[in-house]
Design a protein around this ligand. Structure first.
Ligand SMILES: O=P(O)(O)OC[C@H]1O[C@](O)(CO)[C@@H](O)[C@@H]1O
Length: 620
């Protein structure tokens, strides 16, 4: 563990200014008389798995949904927390670094101190290992001061995102009992929240008083379902990556000689690559979900890219930008089968260097076909969820290598008459993960921290803190909590009616919905993206001024009551265009903004449409 964790740090001017930013709270969380309503009982996200989940979680399955009420709502069946006896809560970063994580802790701290100044918040230093080893740091005003609205997870750090074995669960339980904790807040993605559910169940079974609450924090944006609209960190990571991608696009078109192959972090699902494509308009993006659906082979993907290269060469263009998600490699059917074999060998404790010789003849042939660097990366030890280490597999280099070989072949055969193909490869991962969080992530995380405290105070166990209506301004956000078991399912062997569920219930990463409106928007633009160099420059994250409160494009598009009606959008856009002239004065801008339904409507209009770019407006 790093000895510097949690120490006060010297902040730059920008960091100091960010530390002063005060996230907004929705009305339902303001004041000390927060009202909580219990709603319908839950089953699971996949009704076919309900029995299995119920059996695995007899103490925590089927609990009710929880809503936080607006201060003036008249409802009879509500719980108003009048008195707040002092509570003790522990918090840890279980998942991977994601911008905004610190604000969950800040929100928790503020809510606890508002309830009762004697409340105690303990942070576990070093994530799960700190939890097992009872290594804590008391969170105080001073400790927090240099971490508010800041990137990283370095207030507490993290180790392995895993609380799963009996030994680990028992260690966590004895820590919570010894420290007399009323609540344990686990910050992380699908894996961490699945483990949180297991811990909640075990604590309930053993009458341990600690209530376990999960918080959806992961840059991957894949903890997404009917209850969770997005995760903390996704917005920031997409904004930072989109800026980097757009820089690379401008570089590519300036020199006119390279193809940039950019792989983006984001786990198994392609949400980050998808959102970044909508924000920066690269020439091509290949989503893992599309490849899995069409069962495209490695060679078919290579040919698809080569066709794009040829089409651009026919227009005299020898540059381009291609985005791929890190999970693409696992979506390619033959690679998936190979990776599964490797995973099985790992599970049987076969050492990395012996894996190649133990593969089936079919898998061995594919393995041999791959370039040596990919072979080395494929056999690396597994992630905590026993899957391949996607961040370590240079799929962008593999594709660049295969495309080059194919273009050379076509050139020799006389089928490609353009210039030589050249590529530059990048992996954009931790560059974005460590960023200062956007206002959206700062607010979202801070609000989630507040919700966690109310859940612990209400005595709820095995819940995830959630916020919906995120596409709107903070004062319209709806705060809630959902039993973790309601998000669980069991993977099936085969698709179709004969499918047999296998494995233990967990919260699975959600793939991109290829029937969603946002995906239709992307596909509609695909040929223009490919040929027209329709690059978009969203710029760096804006912390103040117009643009500071923009939301992820996918989140806004899927907010149907807003963007579903394209005519309303165009109407707004027209209004903005006529009222705001480039370089207009601050007064006109203010008047224009207040004449709109809300500031957010204006900002959404300015940020969301793909085909209707607005000029930049400057304050005079
Ligand atoms: O930082 P680590 O431990 O290498 O983890 C990397 C993984 O974590 C994530 O950032 C989030 O799950 C993935 O996108 C990535 O593959």
């Amino acid at each position: 563990m790093n000895a510097d964790l949690g120490s006060p740090r010297e902040l730059t001017g920008l960091q100091r200014r960010r530390a002063l930013y005060q996230p907004d709270l929705p009305p339902c969380l303001e004041g000390t008389r927060v009202r909580v309503e219990l709603g319908d009982s839950t089953t699971t996200i996949d009704p076919k798995c309900a029995d299995i989940v119920a059996q695995a979680f007899p103490h925590t399955f089927g609990q009710k949904l929880v809503h936080f009420l607006e201060p003036n709502t008249m409802v009879s069946d509500t719980q108003v927390i009048e008195e707040h006896p002092p509570i003790r809560v522990g918090v840890l970063f279980s998942g991977r670094q994601s911008p905004g994580g610190h604000n969950v802790i800040w929100g928790t701290y503020d809510a606890m101190k508002a309830q009762n100044p004697h409340n105690v918040l303990l942070g576990f230093v070093g994530g799960t290992e700190g939890l097992f080893a009872k290594k804590t740091l008391e969170i105080t005003y001073d400790v927090l001061s240099s971490y508010k609205n800041q990137g990283g997870f370095d207030l507490l750090g993290r180790t392995v995102d895993q609380i799963r074995t009996t030994e680990q669960v028992n260690a966590a339980m004895s820590t919570c009992c010894d420290l007399n904790l009323d609540g344990l807040i686990i910050i992380g993605g699908v894996t961490s929240n699945s483990d949180a559910a297991q811990l909640a169940e075990t604590f309930a079974k053993h009458n341990c008083k600690t209530k376990v609450i999960g918080v959806p924090v992961t840059l991957s944006g894949d903890l997404k379902n009917q209850f969770v609209e997005t995760t903390v960190g996704f917005d920031t990571v997409c904004k930072v990556n989109s800026q980097l991608i757009s820089n690379v696009c401008l570089d590519a078109v300036s020199a006119g000689k390279y193809y940039y192959f950019v792989r983006l972090m984001g786990g198994k699902a392609s949400h980050v690559a998808f959102e970044c494509a909508l924000q920066s308009h690269p020439n091509m993006v290949i989503l893992g979900e599309e490849v899995a659906l069409s069962k495209l082979t490695l060679m078919e993907i290579t040919n698809k890219i080569c066709e794009g290269v040829e089409a651009r060469a026919a227009q005299g263009k020898y540059h381009g930008v291609l985005l791929i998600p890190e999970g693409l490699i696992e979506s390619i059917p033959e690679m998936y089968a190979l990776i599964q074999e490797i995973n099985n060998l790992h599970s049987n404790n076969i050492p990395e260097d012996e894996i190649p010789s133990q593969l089936s003849p079919w898998a061995a042939a594919l393995f041999k076909f791959l370039p040596p660097f990919i072979r080395r990366e494929l056999v690396l030890h597994q992630e905590s969820d026993n899957s391949a280490q996607l961040s370590q597999i240079d799929t962008e280099q593999l594709l660049a290598h295969l495309v080059e070989a194919e273009i050379n072949k076509r050139t020799k055969e006389g089928n490609y008459k353009g210039r030589k193909f050249s590529s530059v490869c990048h992996f954009f991962g931790s560059q974005a993960r460590g960023s200062l969080p956007s206002n959206f992530d700062c607010n979202y995380a801070y609000v989630l921290g507040h919700i966690c405290v109310q859940l612990v105070a209400t005595g709820l166990n095995g819940y995830m803190a959630t916020v919906t209506n995120l596409k709107d301004s903070t004062n319209k956000w709806r705060c809630a909590a959902v039993p973790l078991t309601a998000m669980m399912s069991v993977r099936r062997h085969l698709r179709g009616p004969g499918a047999v569920p296998i494995g233990r219930p967990v919260i699975h990463p959600s793939p991109i919905d290829l029937k969603a409106e946002s995906y239709a928007v992307l596909r509609e633009k695909a040929s223009s993206f490919l040929l027209d160099d329709f690059y978009r420059t969203p710029g760096g994250i804006q912390f103040e001024g117009p643009g500071a409160d923009t939301k992820p494009i996918t989140l806004t598009i899927e907010g149907h009551d807003y963007l579903g009606d394209i005519e309303i959008l165009q109407d707004y856009l027209e209004k903005v265009r006529t009222i705001l002239k480039p370089g207009c004065s601050r007064e006109i801008l203010k008047a224009a903004i207040s004449s709109m339904a809300s500031v957010n409507d204006v900002l959404k209009v300015m940020s969301a449409p793909l085909n209707a770019e607005l000029p930049l407006y400057h304050f005079n």
